[in-house]
Design a protein around this ligand. Structure first.
Ligand code: DAK
Length: 259
């Protein structure tokens, strides 16, 4: 992988997009490398993922404008398909993915962050969907996810139509991110959250993610059925027995086995 680094420690994988010369902009190779990085993870070992950008200026400054400038509509659609598949695969990745947004999250960068389960930002982070100023629409899910993530259609449309950037504190106010930290505290905060998630029963965390994601795609009655299924199946797992026996035996240590 040319532009992405993977580091696994204590059941947490950190995937770092590393193309600092272009502020980690997403060209085709970066998108392929991100997909390969997720594919490379051993889910028997890894229980939570942190996705971040290298350096202290940028998470991802968008799709690569240099690569897109000469594209025709066929090439644009193909890029949209490749990019959207990467975003959707992250959204559906079986275990939680925390975006640690360490600077610019513009265009495809904000779209990538919105495909993650939880977004944490550094205080220098800048968010926006500037595509309309470049003569395109957001193309990696931004027209769909921004309103869903912030739950505010008026604000989402305002940001999409104006293309204006917002700072980390405004992103926090909108609910686009969960928390904002001084730059040097961002990765430690993401690691702390990841280790808390990783200490819980992995089968339960996975089913919780699946229930939330799948349930949001459907009506409440069908969604409750999805929850019932995913809840019920856990009673055939070793981790459910371990979690409940640990409580009854007043044991703090739990030996979850991911099955
Ligand atoms: N693409 C390519 N290179 C980029 C880039 C980008 N998005 N962003 C930055 N760079 C490069 C710059 O060209 C510069 O390279 P050199 O000139 O040094 O070779 C280097 O990174 C440093 O950037 P600056 O010199 O501009 O640094 P500044 O601090 O002055 O400014 C900035 C930082 C982030 C404000 C500025 O670079 C900027 O405005 N960048 C563009 C941000 C942007 O508009 N991003 C959204 C891109 S559009 C689609 C699917 C998806 C999408 C589109 C279509 N299809 C379905 C087809 C998504 C589109 C986008 O994401």
């Amino acid at each position: 992988m040319e532009f992405v680094k993977v580091d696994v420690k204590d059941a947490v994988a950190t995937i770092t997009i590393d193309r600092p010369k272009a502020l980690n902009a997403l060209n085709t190779q970066v998108l392929k490398d991100i997909a390969a990085a997720f594919d490379s993870l051993d889910l028997d070992e890894v229980r939570c993922v942190i996705l971040t950008g290298s350096g202290d200026r940028s998470f991802v400054a968008g799709a690569d404008i240099g690569e897109m400038v000469e594209m025709d509509s066929a090439a644009g659609k193909e890029l949209g398909r490749v990019g959207n598949k990467v975003m959707r695969d992250i959204e559906n990745f079986p275990i939680p993915v925390i975006a640690a947004i360490n600077g610019f999250a513009l265009g495809g960068g904000n779209e990538l962050a919105m495909s993650c389960d939880v977004r944490l930002a550094s205080d220098n982070a800048i968010f926006g969907q500037p595509e309309v100023g470049l003569g395109i629409t957001p193309g990696f899910g931004g027209t769909q996810r921004l309103a869903r993530v912030i739950g505010n259609l008026s604000k989402a449309k305002e940001l999409l139509y104006t293309g204006r950037n917002i700072k980390a504190d405004q992103a926090l106010e909108l609910g686009l991110v969960s928390a904002v930290y001084p730059q040097e505290e961002l990765i430690p905060a993401a690691e702390k959250m990841a280790s808390i998630i990783a200490a819980n029963a992995p089968v339960a965390v996975r089913n919780t993610k699946a229930a939330v994601n799948r349930g949001l795609q459907t009506d409440i009655d069908a969604a409750i059925e999805i929850e019932v299924e995913l809840f019920g199946e856990l009673f055939d797992t070793a981790d459910q027995k371990e979690g409940m026996n640990a409580f009854l035996e007043k044991r703090k240590e739990k030996n979850f086995q991911n099955r």
